[in-house]
Design a binder for this molecule. Structure first.
Ligand code: C2O
Ligand code: CU
Ligand code: CU
Length: 486
């Protein structure tokens, strides 16, 4: 899919060039006041750092994205998406009630916790039931997330809204000089792409094209809002970005050319801010960046159109054109709490020792023979084995370092491993890209990468961890495996 010359459109944030994918390309209404003036709101904050407990309720609701017809959506504690849950070290009790008419689960993507409480496909919460677990949280500060993870239903359920952000905090951001005022200088942005029908209702479909490349929308939705404006102080603002899309890969930059100062990757903070012109974010990945909004009154977070199809051979780049993801307006009345970039944050880069690591190879297969279009097991597999709930693919040992060599021969696949955080040791035989040097739990494999990791938590055969492609249609179709840790 060659994404054609992008055009940035005002007011409504539309992805350019979707016509090439056979998707109706919705043009903006001239001045749809309802969307242009709307201020970006944050998900509600569920702070469990003191109470050490939180409750989620998976429920159905209606969301009116375009101020036309309402869409049927799912959410946790609200109509669409869920709260930002803030947790700290120690044991936290989580309660998940399922008020929907189908099984759901809540996988804590990025939490380093035992397989028994991981919330994957082996821990469904049946309709009407409640799941209570204790999460033993011991890991460093990070922006994680949670989402439903029912085998063959993940794509549809996450698309409908069963996802939210989870912050692990140690309360020391002031010492580090990092902004931490929720919704003011510390913003959470859940970035998704969606499609809407003529009446403005969100639609999901999985035809042949979506089965192959994953679901791609033509409209950017941030925190469930379209075309909103984030109001920020004229200082340092922290953006916690989650790519909560089913399949779209973003490459973010600022319209002004202002640098993105990366301070955290998926699984933790960096030693110091790393200035980058652009950062690629694949489904499932998170990144924390600082943007300096001093000396301007407005700016925009853009994304390039990144194409990712088997026909393109999974090449990074291509496409051309960009689209607005989030507009920002500086409010001079807001006093910036942090005016200068921190020089050091003080966290360590991954430093696992590869000596004596157990080596494993994983090839993400799409089966380019006729079966690739199939919805189930049609060639989507890892090492030729489509996901099978009753088969443990890998038996790992607790405390043992492992070196996973992952290859994606057909197109780029975001590879995620549960129950650990890893170091990207190399990409295509070269040192890993600057943006991948911190701790990760999901990484976009563009060719081949070596991941170094260790499993410190147990995962018995009846509650194994998953590893999979985070293009949700690929995961559901079988590009997933499971492993035990004993
Ligand atoms: Cu975010 Cu196994 O998933
Ligand atoms: Cu996960
Ligand atoms: Cu994939």
């Amino acid at each position: 899919m060659a994404i054609s010359e992008g055009r940035r459109v005002n007011r409504r944030t539309c992805l350019a060039g979707m016509a090439a994918a056979g998707v109706a390309f919705s043009l903006p209404g001239s001045a749809s006041a309802q969307t242009s003036s709307q201020r970006l709101s944050m998900p509600p904050l569920l702070d469990a750092t003191k109470s050490r407990r939180f409750s989620l309720r998976a429920q159905a609701g209606e969301t009116n994205f375009l101020n036309r017809s309402a869409s049927n959506t799912f959410g946790f504690n609200q109509a669409y998406l869920g709260p930002v849950i803030r947790v700290t070290h120690g044991e936290t009790e989580a309660t998940v009630e399922n008020a929907l008419n189908r099984p759901v689960s809540t996988h804590w993507h990025g939490l380093l916790i035992p397989g028994e409480v991981d919330g994957g496909p082996h821990q469904p919460v049946l309709a009407g039931e409640t799941w209570r677990v204790t999460l033993p949280i011991m890991q460093p500060s990070a922006t994680a997330w949670y989402h439903s993870h029912i085998h063959e239903q993940t794509a549809e359920q996450v698309h409908a809204g069963l996802a939210g952000v989870l912050q692990i905090t140690d309360g020391r951001d002031d010492e580090r000089g990092l902004p931490s005022t929720y919704g003011t200088d510390d913003l959470t942005l859940v970035v998704q792409d969606r499609r809407f029908d003529r009446r403005g209702r969100m639609t999901y479909s999985r035809g042949m094209h979506e089965s192959m490349v994953g679901f791609l929308g033509d409209t950017v939705v941030v925190n469930g809002q379209i075309g909103s404006v984030a109001v920020v102080p004229a200082g340092i603002v922290r953006l916690r970005l989650l790519n909560g899309s089913n399949a779209r890969v973003y490459r973010f930059s600022m319209a002004s050319g202002r640098e993105l100062h990366m301070v955290a990757t998926d699984a933790g903070l960096l030693p110091a801010p790393l200035a980058l012109k652009d950062i690629t974010l694949a489904p499932g990945e998170r990144i924390e960046i600082l943007v300096d909004f001093s000396g301007t009154d407005a700016d925009s977070l853009l994304s390039a159109s990144v194409s990712n199809t088997p026909m393109m051979g999974g090449m990074m780049g291509g496409g051309g054109g960009s689209f607005d993801v989030q507009k920002f307006e500086v409010d001079p009345g807001l006093i910036p709490r942090i005016a200068t970039l921190p020089t050091g944050i003080g966290e360590a880069l991954p430093d696992l020792d590869p000596t004596g690591a157990v080596q494993r190879q994983f090839t993400l297969d799409m089966g380019m023979g006729g079966g690739m279009m199939g919805r189930r097991g049609g060639g989507f597999s890892i090492n030729g084995q489509p996901f099978d709930m009753s088969h443990i693919n890998v038996a790992a040992k607790r405390g043992q370092t492992e070196l996973w060599q992952v290859s994606a021969p057909m197109m780029m696949h975001p590879f995620h491993v549960h129950g650990t955080r890893f170091q990207v040791l190399s990409e295509n035989g070269q040192p890993s890209a600057a943006q991948n040097r911190g701790w990760k739990d999901t990484v976009l494999i563009d060719g081949q990468a070596e991941l170094l990791m260790r499993f410190d938590q147990p995962a018995p055969n009846h509650a194994p961890y998953m590893y999979h492609c985070h293009i949700l249609e690929h995961e559901d179709a079988g590009m997933m495996g499971q492993f035990s840790v004993s």
